[in-house]
Design a protein around this ligand. Structure first.
Ligand SMILES: Nc1ncnc2c1ncn2[C@@H]1O[C@H](COP(=O)(O)OS(=O)(=O)O)[C@@H](OP(=O)(O)O)[C@H]1O
Length: 327
């Protein structure tokens, strides 16, 4: 009988790679897609060793990472590593030749997604358009110190990483393409990691109910499955089709007809929208707080002037002082 030799994490782990960010970029999708590869083992949940749990020591980290076979890579995803000041040095101490995957997404949609996650935890948060501008004054300068905007200034954080790792050790994955054509990004990732191209378009199908590419099958799932709802809205990770379909939190966005948890809702017709889709509805007005809008206001309706603000100004966001990283 052949003996299977498992490798456990040693503190100079050579085959450990990181999906370091960015938050809301699509880091979970990348992890779940790359772990389909037979030569990749992944830690299921976010480990947070190089940020929050570093003081617990290496033994703690070891127990949170999967064992691998000879020739397998181990990957872990913790998006907050990207913005943690100490993380680059700590990762370098573990392995200076490690490879780093960074999923980047348009900073505006990333900020909206970040805000949507935050407001689902804290429903009395101010509206996005108030927080995004300095002094809450709509149309003024964008507040680059506000978390969801600050985090989108990727160059600020990348500069720190580049002090410890050469650019050649990074792969920037497009969060947008991960949704539109995941096989392309997976091909790039496999090439970068020196893996055989095993994960291809054959592994994906587009689930029009969820509005995302999903997997036909993968480790631990013999049935087709999609990514679960984001952690803020539900259990996270991959869920089977049936349980996703049964979740009554999900409604269809009137703008793009993809799934949405109620983020922006019309007080007149009860339609719901993604914030980004709401921006495209002609004549849509915000009514009071809590992301309530009127998408179907008729001319005869009188909406009190002080309760109205148009969302359309958000299209013209001027990111003063924000540098965009050329990838
Ligand atoms: N296939 C597939 N299925 C589901 N979701 C997908 C997929 N590919 C990319 N995405 C996008 O991933 C966004 C969440 O990003 P993260 O996984 O990085 O979020 S987190 O930081 O871990 O909370 C999430 O953002 P929002 O839709 O704005 O919530 C998705 O747009």
């Amino acid at each position: 009988m052949a003996t299977v030799k498992y490798h456990f994490l040693t503190n100079k782990r050579k085959n450990l790679i990181f999906d370091v960010g960015v938050k809301k970029g699509g880091t979970r999708a990348l992890l779940e897609f790359i772990r389909v590869h037979p030569d990749v083992r992944a830690a299921g949940s976010e480990v947070h060793f190089f940020d929050k749990n570093y003081v617990r020591g290496f033994q703690w980290y070891r127990t949170h990472m999967p064992a691998t076979l000879e020739g397998q890579l181990t990957i872990e995803k913790t998006p907050s590593y990207f913005i943690t000041r100490e993380a680059p040095h700590r990762v370098q101490l573990m392995n200076p030749s490690t490879k780093l995957l960074v999923v980047v997404r348009d900073p505006v949609t990333r900020a909206i997604s970040d805000y949507a996650q935050a407001i689902s935890k804290k429903i009395d948060m101010k509206p996005f358009e108030q927080l995004v501008f300095v002094n809450g004054s709509i149309g003024s300068i964008i507040d680059t110190s506000w978390g969801p905007i600050k985090l989108g200034i990727y160059s600020r954080y990348l500069t720190r990483w580049l002090k410890f790792f050469p650019l050649s050790q990074f792969l920037f994955v497009s969060g947008e393409r991960l949704v539109l054509d995941p096989a392309i990004e997976l091909r790039r990732a496999q090439d970068f990691l020196g893996l055989k191209r095993v994960v291809t378009e054959k592994h994906f199908y587009f689930n029009s109910t969820k509005g995302f590419p999903c997997l036909f099958k993968s480790e631990g799932h013999s049935a087709p499955h999609c990514l679960g709802l984001p952690r803020t809205y539900g259990p996270g990770n991959m869920v089977e089709e049936e349980s996703a379909a049964n979740c009554d939190l999900i409604k269809t966005c009137k703008g793009c007809e993809r799934n949405v948890t109620t983020i922006v809702r019309c007080v007149t017709c009860d339609a719901v929208f993604h914030p980004s889709c709401a921006l495209r509805v002609a004549g849509l007005v915000v009514v009071g707080k809590n992301n309530l809008v009127k998408c179907c206001a008729t001319e005869s309706e009188v909406i009190p002037e002080q309760n109205l603000c148009t969302l359309h100004g958000l299209f013209n966001l001027k990111f003063r002082g924000i540098q965009h990283v050329k990838l």
